[in-house]
Ligand binder design. Structure first.
Ligand code: GLY
Length: 353
């Protein structure tokens, strides 16, 4: 078991390991000593696999659950309102706790409900997908979508603890596991050359069949994300590196009406930016080739027919735009990326090179 401290405005631990279900009562007791009630928030895909076991593991707490229909379409204020109803119906007070059990949609929504119910109650994240293990569960980004865009409504609200039980990943369908690999590969390219070497020596099959290797990879990614959050909790500087592939990816995801998964869209976004970085003479062709090869060996796509003008135009409506400028993350080397502030025509020019 690995335990890494996040030194954010509210410090907390990220605990990574196998067999953690047996320990969750102790971890919660230690983290939230005054909690009496735990509301487990999960979705209709995850609940049939894990909800019963998790609820049964929560010894010495009053436990209730709220399960919403899985998918991005549920990520809205109507669902949040239903979570508030569940909290109120269960008699939750300010010292009671929401436990999120699921992927990024669940973490974001449970975190937002916790941030706002009674002006803030504790939340512990127990992610069940690779993507959520290495990204969404750590760093306190919470929120819901709005008709004007993805994650438009939200708050920074750090959890009280993150419990990454790697055993959960064995029940993940291949496509969902593969999706998470896009975020793993992202860390290798923006900041972690050693992770790149580890991933290069392996592939999707070896990673899925070796739980200790998987734990090692997740721990590296969590440590990478924590390093960044410790330096820039509120996303005004280095944290923006985590958006490598995401600005273009969000446009692809939206244009496909969410038929392209987040992970696939991020993979395509990273590939598009890497090719453009080569054409702009910012990075070497071998670096781009290494990225494309790694994406393919982990089952992710790397080519997409796109219009630079459409991507540049939509990117300006991304919630990360500041005024008429977007911070585009450009690839320099394996393990090194940089932030470039560009307006719409500069993005278009960069992608057209
Ligand atoms: N998902 C990117 C971040 O947490 O900043």
């Amino acid at each position: 078991m690995n335990r890494i401290r996040v030194n954010a405005s509210r410090p907390y631990d990220v605990i990574i390991g196998s067999g953690l279900l047996e320990n969750i009562s102790n971890i919660i007791r230690e983290t939230c000593p005054r909690a009496e009630r735990v509301l487990v928030v999960s979705d209709s895909n995850v609940a049939p696999y894990h909800l019963k076991n998790v609820c049964e593991s929560l010894k010495n707490f009053a436990v209730s659950s709220f399960v919403f229909e899985a998918g991005e379409k549920s990520k809205n204020l109507t669902t949040i309102d239903a979570v508030y109803d569940a909290c109120a119906g269960f008699g939750m007070t300010r010292t009671d706790l929401i436990l999120s059990l699921g992927g990024g949609v669940t973490t974001d929504m449970a975190g937002f409900a916790a941030a706002t119910y009674m002006r803030g109650i504790p939340v512990i994240h127990m992610p069940t997908s690779l993507l959520c293990d290495v990204d969404a569960s750590i760093g306190g980004k919470t929120g819901v979508d709005h008709p004007s865009g993805k994650n438009i409504i939200g708050a920074f609200y750090q959890p009280s603890c993150v419990i990454i039980n790697v055993d959960f990943l064995s029940s993940l369908p291949d496509a969902v596991f593969t999706e998470g690999m896009a975020e793993v590969i992202k860390y290798a390219f923006i900041m972690d050359k050693e992770l790149f070497s580890l991933l290069e020596k392996n592939n999707i099959h070896s990673l899925r069949s070796d739980i200790s290797l998987l734990e090692k990879v997740i721990t590296r990614c969590a440590a990478d994300k924590i390093e960044i959050v410790n330096e820039d909790e509120f996303d005004n500087g280095r944290r923006q590196l985590l958006n490598f592939g995401h600005t273009v990816g969000h446009v692809i995801e939206l244009a496909s009406n969410f038929n392209t998964s987040h992970g696939e869209a991020v993979a395509l976004g990273m590939a598009i930016i890497a090719r453009a970085s080569v054409h702009a003479a910012i990075c070497d062709n071998t670096v781009c080739d290494s990225l494309l090869k790694l994406l393919n060996s982990y089952g992710l796509p790397s080519s997409y027919d796109y219009s630079p003008a459409d991507i540049a135009h939509s990117a300006m409506h991304d919630k990360k735009a500041r005024g008429s400028v977007v911070s585009l993350i450009v690839l320099e080397d394996i393990g090194r990326a940089s932030i470039h502030k560009m307006n719409e025509s500069e993005i278009k020019e960069f992608l057209t090179l």
